[in-house]
Design a protein around this ligand. Structure first.
Ligand SMILES: Cc1cc2nc3c(=O)[nH]c(=O)nc-3n(C[C@H](O)[C@H](O)[C@H](O)COP(=O)(O)OP(=O)(O)OC[C@H]3O[C@@H](n4cnc5c(N)ncnc54)[C@H](O)[C@@H]3O)c2cc1C
Length: 448
């Protein structure tokens, strides 16, 4: 039977939910979004005449059927991204790898890591239930490598891993360990448990999945997809209200009444497609205090403009060096097809910076230092000139859950039905677009 839904949030989650609900003939979908645009965090900004994503936003490793949808929305204007990744640690750049490569540590430390891993491989891990992310690193990689990963995490996310729930692993690039050359890693991976925690470069292990990576190639960056995705949903019948806040949600005799600051929408169900659980509780008339349980990772974000021909042909490089400015640097101008007539393009750098830290406070001045680091890493040529730049401060990017978050969310989930039986709140864990899409696929059955 067809129904009317309010989808709260026009990010990728809201997109997937709306698309799924509209597969049932007769269903009506009304998306309510507080921002004036579609796409949430994936929407690009205009910087010095370029469209720049807020961080690296690629449809990376997505199922082929989702890639087909993205492609249809873009009228075929997408390009396949052949990931050219690299990572840096201890002054060494490892091409073709996007996790930390600890192979440059001294032989004694690597022997210790190996002994610890072989000892761990003998244990039964079926009841492992780490209390926090720091413990997870140690249980998974051993005391020595786990400690190194903990320090990398603290540098990138500006918070100690012992304060973060183990689920925080999903927002990191720290889920597998490489500390030797590829052949030795492949050899160690023959143990079934070590296979789940160790990594080798992709070319050494061969094809690992059937996912594809694509990016819009219209030169508008992800904004091009966001704008078209909104129109695509509207053509399927979705109504999208921008710049509206939901202030109240109340069950009625026949459905649910959703009040925004501009209108009242009558529906059968509300799908909460965003992570602002406190706002949902507020709209339902109870308080949910998640303060202190959600960490928004602050970053200084630099857009650096130079001649395209002086930028290395790469997708992104992740720098795990504890003293470095940069974390993830992307050739975003190149893979988004943005080269101006004068030959200029740009790279973007996400630079970890705790609020109030030296990097945060000096963000206006640090572009030359970031540039020098990019030159040293070979991301741009040594003689490349920094022609123009913009550096902004983003107080909250990745949001790993702090210890206690899951318990609090469970309390909130239990409280919601007491206030409304017509609100569907998603599992909060899916993070990457692939996982969000796959999670949304079951939505019609869940809300039936
Ligand atoms: C820096 C960064 C880079 C990333 N890069 C990638 C990548 O390359 N590939 C990938 O797969 N994933 C990436 N991710 C993960 C990314 O978060 C997801 O892929 C996805 O875009 C998130 O979509 P979302 O709808 O859950 O959240 P959002 O994009 O945050 O959208 C949530 C929406 O809900 C709205 N909203 C907020 N409060 C309310 C309310 N009370 N009522 C109604 N609406 C509300 C917001 O305004 C927003 O539009 C990245 C994440 C970050 C932080």
């Amino acid at each position: 039977m067809s129904k009317t839904y309010v989808v709260a949030g026009a990010g990728f989650r809201g997109f997937c939910d709306a698309m799924e609900l509209l597969k049932v003939p007769g269903n009506k979908v009304h998306i309510v979004e507080p921002a004036p645009f579609f796409g949430g965090i994936a929407y690009s900004r205009e910087v010095k005449g370029f469209a720049v994503d807020k961080g690296v936003h690629v449809f990376d490793s997505i199922p082929v059927d989702l890639a087909d949808i993205v492609n249809e929305i873009m009228d075929g204007h997408t390009k396949t991204i052949e990931f050219v990744s690299a990572s840096a640690f201890n002054g060494v750049v490892t091409d073709g790898f996007s996790l930390p490569d600890l192979a440059s540590l001294d032989e004694g430390t690597k022997a210790k890591i190996k002994d610890e891993l072989l000892a761990l491989a003998k244990l039964d891990h079926s009841s492992d239930n780490p209390a926090n992310l720091g413990e997870l690193f140690r249980q998974r990689f051993g005391e020595t490598a786990g400690g190194v990963f903990g320090r990398i995490f603290e540098k990138v996310y500006s918070i100690h891993p012992d304060r973060v729930e183990a689920s925080g692993l999903s927002v990191t690039s720290l889920h597998r360990l490489k500390f030797l050359g590829d052949p030795e890693m492949v050899e160690l991976k023959k143990d079934p448990w070590l296979d789940t925690v160790l990594a080798a470069r992709r070319k050494a292990v061969g094809k690992v999945d059937d996912f594809v990576s694509i990016y819009p190639d219209t030169g508008e960056a992800m904004k091009g997809w966001c704008d078209r995705a909104a129109k695509w949903l509207e053509a399927k019948g979705a109504v999208i209200s921008y710049g509206e806040k939901i202030t109240a949600i109340k069950d009625t005799a026949s459905g649910v009444s959703v009040t925004t600051d501009k209108q009242v929408i009558e529906a059968d169900k509300v799908i909460w497609a965003n992570d602002n659980v406190a706002a949902l509780a507020g709209a339902l008339g109870f308080e949910a205090d998640l303060k202190g349980l959600q960490h928004g990772t602050p970053m200084v974000f630099a857009t650096l403009i130079t001649q395209a021909k002086q930028i290395k042909d790469f997708t992104y490089l992740q720098n795990f060096e504890p003293d470095a400015f940069t974390y993830r640097t992307a050739a975003a101008g190149l893979f988004s097809n943005q080269i101006k007539e004068d030959g200029t393009s740009f790279i973007t750098c996400e630079c970890p910076a705790a609020i109030g830290s030296d990097t945060w406070e000096r963000s206006d001045e640090i572009a030359p230092e970031i540039w020098a680091e990019c030159q040293a890493l070979g991301i741009v040529q040594e003689d490349a000139e920094l022609l123009d730049h913009e550096v902004i401060r983003i107080p909250s990017t990745f949001k790993p859950a702090l210890v206690g978050f899951t318990d609090k969310i469970a309390e909130i989930y239990a409280e919601i039905p007491k206030h409304s039986e017509r609100v569907h709140l998603h599992n909060v864990e899916p993070f990457f677009r692939r996982d969000i899409y796959l999670d949304s696929l079951g939505l019609n059955e869940k809300v039936a």
